[in-house]
Design a binder for this molecule. Sequence first.
Ligand code: GLN
Length: 544
Amino acid sequence: MKHPKFIFVIGGVMSSVGKGITSSSIGTILQSRGYRITNVKCDMYVNIDAGTIRPTEHGEVFIGTDGIEADQDLGNYERFTGRTMTALNYITTGQVYQEVIRKERNLEYNGEDVEVVPDVPHEIIRRIQLAQKKNKAEITIVEFGGTIGEYQVLLFLEAARIMKVHNPDDVAFVLVSYLPLPSHIGEMKTKPTQYAVRTLNAAGIMADFIVARAERSLDQRRREILAMVCNLRPGTVLAAPDQSSIYDVPLLFHEQKLDEMLLRTLGLRPRKNDLRIWKNFSRKVRRCKKTVNIGVVGKYFGTGDFTLADSYISVIEAAKHAAWAHDAKPNLTWIDSAEYEKDPKKVRELSRYDGIIVPGGFGSRGIEGVLRAIQYVRENGIPYLGLCYGMQLATIEFAKNVAKIANANSVEIDANTSDPVICVNPKQQKNILEKQMGATMRLGSYPCTVQKKSLAYRAYKQGKISERHRHRYEFNNQYREALERAGMRFSGINEKDNLVEIVELANHPWFVGTQFHPEFQSHPLTPHPLFKDFIGAAIKRQKT
Ligand code: GLN
């Protein structure tokens, strides 16, 4: 490729206003013009990956096919553009410094002194260019985490500035900025964005576009003020008011001609666009009338003021995709399992829901409550989808209460249990003992063989699947026979390593647990088959 193009998406005023959705949507509209794109996320953390960051503060850890533990934005990129994410699409300060120091130790700087500038920005550039090359992308959309003005983003801004200096026609900048609407004033304020633009200018970068994120749509007067103060044409300041569905954002941008303007800025021909499937999809979502009520039972839900929406974003999106496919709106309720530890009878409230999900998790807090919930759901025929920990806990509950293995447990919860139904293999045991915890879980895509005549096969409609994993513990095969005799079906197996990947129950309307995380492979236009059938079963229960 002669002139690969790069679009940098940078945040102003504050973070969490939608840079991820903006980057994903830009990917979508440019792809709809027939260009091959890829998305890259740069995180400012010194962490090498997101695997060691607490999701309750940072949001979900998204898993790529190759096992990269990444920022949740990679999930948005995949859901919007359908392009598979790998380690190339995720850059952190930690990775950059680690490589610079490795090269220095290896004499790869040929005796020169190694400087923060330019050697660190050069390594950032090398990684961005590598992502472009390996993905054969005509246009690479690079999102910087955090907000300009933060100290740690400076070296990334410097990298982007250098790329612009080298190839002025191949680089464009989009500033996603927040316009507050203080209730006591009642009007949208542009001043914080003006300051953000100045901060960006101080780093030697001029924005080509401003995406004005706000509760409401930007009016013409403010659009003109912003354009004037920020050296832009009014058309390049885009209104980005809150949308009821994030999947409408590509259409919102297209209506304001962002795709065409971006392509012209980069010297590319605006080929004919095709956003038909997104338009139809948007219409379909709007038309959904009925509601399906899903309870999500977990253990963190009671703590602090973090947003659950971020910690379980892929689960939420997958539930939405599946519900929409059934012409229903999903209504997700977060249920703190600690409630059922305090008051075991409260578990009866679960009969209000059409289906119950137990998502992934770690550690022993709140587990008794989750087990009570699973028992209730199993005994009362409520559709159940257990994701990773949700599968492990479902087998423990079944082993205890049906197969009568009284001490059934996971060694994650009780290292000395006499019945480790969920166990740890010697390699993982070594990692745990040596505290080698970074990027050492079973991570990324693994094949799985699905048994015919199972709920899973009915959903997937095929016997060979590939799904993404992130866990340290596994089902213990020593208990397979006992649980099978008691009525549990092991319907998905990793044949190479003889690992249980899917469990389900024969005498239940719909009860499936997966060792993998199906939520990472759900897309708005093609919902994940297991989520789809789970919601189908939930709607069926609602009708009866
Ligand atoms: N804690 C469990 C394990 O490590 C499950 C992990 C998860 O739910 N992602 O095996």
